[in-house]
Write a protein that binds this ligand. Structure first.
Ligand code: FAD
Length: 451
């Protein structure tokens, strides 16, 4: 696969930045609730609050949708993120609640798109846990049992039965969810927010959170906001403040790349009739999805730990783009000559449980970190539930599922550079064993696989 002419973007490949970026805060304001961060999480929180009659100010460092909300793969998941077998082992009693939350979150986003008529190319295709080997297929079957027992809606089948490319062994279809253009979704949500009664300030980075006369004070370069309640919806950037609970999450940079447009007959020959987005069953997944512009967007495979704040604006490492291109050629051998056209990446927050979390730092400061690679569905839903909790004074059962009574978190394991490198190496070792077995079955000589 040719990676000679890749355009590297520091934003996203899905959309251009908005032309009407709002002005920064240049005054001192009072409000009932202030939301920090204008991703799909913070925007949903603000929108629900104004819907419930609250006086809301939202402060966003760049423009709403600038973060991972516009940069993700656009796969709206209907199952929890993380390692489901491990989650089941550690938190079996929580599984039904997590399944319910995941499916309701996806439906919540679908309803939002329909209600506001957001043109984001959404298609309710479902998504598949796709197996690249028999070993991964065994894992898929075990996961399917756990998910079904927890009340989730999934179907297991061969590649032909699921309508996914025949180079995969088979997989598990999450019936709920689908795929979209996440850039259009985020900027569509931004427009709904700008049309609402919320006061939105972009290019306004909150630099300090303090308390004065019983109220929370947010400091920004040109003005301050005094609020009765504050919601921190800053995703991977939460660690920039000392009020953030220790070990709340780890900032991780992940990337997506996009092929050049591919001839429709070549795409049709893949047998990808369902159009479902795919995630492999590696410890660090690869994802693949079709787009309406006849390209394939794919990514992740390697996690890059952010080591210091503020997190830098980054473009993907060409070495990783090269590696992803190699993996693509293995998964889609008939498209090995296709060129990579674009690459971009973003910061996500990984929690130690690999599940979304929400809670309170104090009576008047809430946090909501609904991410771990599944925030496209979960971040807007959790944001809405947080808003309801602020207004109603009690929590919906789905918010209760992920609520942290005390802001105390264990140190994340294997999330240092060395740990992440080791996880990556285990995935590559398994790929190499599977590649050798595949070749042996075909009667070919045992050669090193390309991935
Ligand atoms: C490459 C990639 C692929 C992904 N693929 C998927 C996928 O297919 N499916 C899925 O479900 N999820 C996916 N995700 C994860 C998903 O995108 C995120 O979980 C989700 O967008 C989180 O939304 P958010 O609003 O919490 O965060 P963000 O969109 O990151 O928003 C946080 C906002 O806070 C602002 N901010 C930060 N600090 C401050 C401050 N001090 N003052 C003011 N504003 C501040 C930032 O500028 C930013 O706009 C992916 C993520 C990436 C990066």
């Amino acid at each position: 696969m040719n990676t000679d002419h890749v355009t590297y973007s520091a934003f996203t490949g899905w959309v251009d930045p908005p032309a009407d970026v709002q002005g920064q805060l240049e005054a001192d304001l009072d409000c009932r609730v202030a939301v920090i961060g204008g991703g799909i999480n913070g925007m949903s929180t603000a929108l629900r609050l104004v819907e419930r009659g609250q006086d809301v100010v939202l402060l966003e460092a760049e423009f709403c949708g600038h973060g991972s909300s516009s940069r993700n793969a656009g796969q709206l998941a209907g199952a929890p993120g993380g390692d489901i077998q491990l989650l089941n082992l550690l938190s079996r009693k929580k599984m039904p609640g997590m399944m319910r939350l995941a499916e309701r979150a996806a439906h919540h986003v679908e309803d939002f798109i329909a209600k506001h008529d957001i043109d984001c190319e959404y298609e309710a295709t479902g998504n598949a846990f796709a197996a690249v080997s028999r070993g991964q297929m065994g894992r898929v079957r075990r996961v399917a049992k756990i998910v079904t027992r927890a009340g989730g809606h999934v179907e297991v089948g061969t590649a032909a039965e699921l309508g996914i490319p025949r180079s995969f062994v088979g997989g598990m279809r999450e019936v709920v969810g689908g795929r979209m253009n996440p850039g259009r979704f985020s900027l569509g949500m931004r427009q709904v927010l700008l049309d609402s009664s919320a006061r939105v300030f972009e290019q306004t980075k909150v630099t300090d959170v303090t308390r004065e006369a019983g109220r929370v004070v947010l400091t920004t370069p040109q003005g301050r906001v005094r609020a009765d309640r504050v919601v921190m919806a800053t995703n991977a950037f939460a660690g920039e403040w000392n009020i953030t609970p220790k070990h709340l999450s780890v900032p991780i940079y992940v990337i997506e790349v996009e092929t050049e447009p591919i001839a429709p007959d070549r795409l049709a020959a893949l047998g990808w009739t369902s159009g479902m987005g795919l995630v492999t069953q590696h410890a660090i997944m690869e994802n693949y999805r079709l787009t309406p512009r006849n390209t394939i967007v794919f990514g992740v495979r390697r996690l890059e730990r952010g080591t210091s704040y503020p997190l830098p604006e980054k473009v993907p490492d060409p070495g990783l783009v090269e590696e992803l291109a190699g993996a693509f050629a293995t998964r889609f051998p008939s498209l090995a000559d296709v060129k990579v056209q674009r690459a971009w990446g973003g910061w996500i927050a990984i929690t130690s449980s690999w599940l979304p979390v929400a809670g309170q730092v104090s009576d008047d400061i809430y946090y909501s970190i609904a991410c771990n690679g599944h925030g496209l569905a979960q971040a807007p839903y959790v944001g809405t539930l947080i808003a309801d909790a602020i207004v109603d004074g009690h929590r919906h059962e789905d918010l209760e599922t992920l609520w942290q009574d005390k802001p105390k978190f264990p140190a994340p394991m294997m999330m240092g550079r060395l740990g992440l490198r080791m996880i990556w190496a285990v995935d590559r070792f398994n790929d190499s064993v599977n590649g050798s077995r595949r070749n042996a079955r075909r009667g070919a000589p045992l050669v090193e696989p390309t991935s």
